[in-house]
Design a protein around this ligand. Sequence first.
Ligand code: HAM
Length: 419
Amino acid sequence: MAKPIYTTHLGMFDILPDESPKWRAIEDIIHEEAAKFNFEEIRTPIMEQTELIKRGIGQLTDIVTKEIFAFTKGDSNYVLRPELTAPVVRSFVEHHLDQRGGSQKLYYIGPMFRAERPQKGRQRQFHQFGVEIIGSNDAIADVECIAFMMGIYKRIGIKNFNLKINSVGDPESRDTYKTVLRDYLKPHFQKLSELSQKRFEKNPMRILDSKEPEDQEFIKNAPIIGDFLNEESETHFNLICDYLKKLDIEFTIDPLLVRGMDYYTRTAFELTSPDLGSQDALAGGGRYDLLVEEIGGQPTPAVGFAAGIERLLIACEELNITLAEPKSVDIYFVALGETARTWALTTLPTLRKKGISATMDYLGRSMRAQMKDANRENANFTLIVGDNELEEGKFTLRNMKESDEKLLSLDDILTFFDR
Ligand code: HAM
């Protein structure tokens, strides 16, 4: 076979017809579960202004320094969105969604873009679903986010995971902790990785998230944020832990959990799965009480999470979870001759109006070839139409699974399929 001239970009994939039913099944579950939680869907553009993403996620984060797909058009700088928290907050501020009253309970599903080195479970275009609850300070909002996230995995049948949570403190607790952490790391500064040295001044907490081998020894013995939380942050965190226990949601507290974006305050959580390889994070999220103000809105607390859909699909594959039945069609019209084909074409709408899925051959093939095609299409029934059948007004409806046939009029057929 000739080699194709054009291919998808490295780390980006087509979702082909055989795979799309799985995606639809997951998306249906997300929409259904979101409705149960009374979350409303939000859809924002794929592109955002570079400045929003830099300001929202943080100038020194990996995403901003290394992973954004950025481009210029005229005088404007854009990026393909690497995540949706900053864009959703932009939308919240731009459209004054606070004026709708209460807290905004938003969810989304869509593609994100990060120029990472592709590997299993790490793409350059990947899909997330997520939730952002904007306008609530209450630990209940954090827990509802987590409960929604866990509910989706449970419903799909993924049960084997670790939920890790931590509090990264509010600005006051963080300032105290950052000073303590810097004091602790200072004597070892020269031994830290280059990246950690860069983060030392502006965001020393991200050093705790470093995967560089030379940093591990210092991370292991570092002071932990939990010991420096002020009363408010501590109460909030304890309340979340209590609520999670009451909801029977298992978790572990991971004092080293800091996340990859600068916007997090207080709650941070991550869901990992042993069924994934090295890219084991299924989902992650937390609070970002300062982001709305940072992006130009009124001070407004918020919390959310996002989950990778490709990673969810990998976990399903590992666990042999069937998300969608193989595709099928109710009736395949096997029509022979011009008159019969025209009758078939003009009868299809009658069936479809009744909610029956129906198709016919588009290639004018022989009866045998059409029967073969009906099998390939996984048709439940074939309807054989030729001149004789049209004259008598009776057609052979063949059950393809049970190889049993009935001679029926069109009305009988419609009654037969009446659901
Ligand atoms: P994140 O941890 O960067 O958080 O991404 C969330 C999830 O997206 C990850 O746990 C992973 O499943 C998936 N993911 C991330 N990068 C890739 C990739 N390159 N390939 C495949 N999957 C990937 C956020 O994006 C935050 N906006 C979450 C959040 C919402 N925090 C508060 N609200």
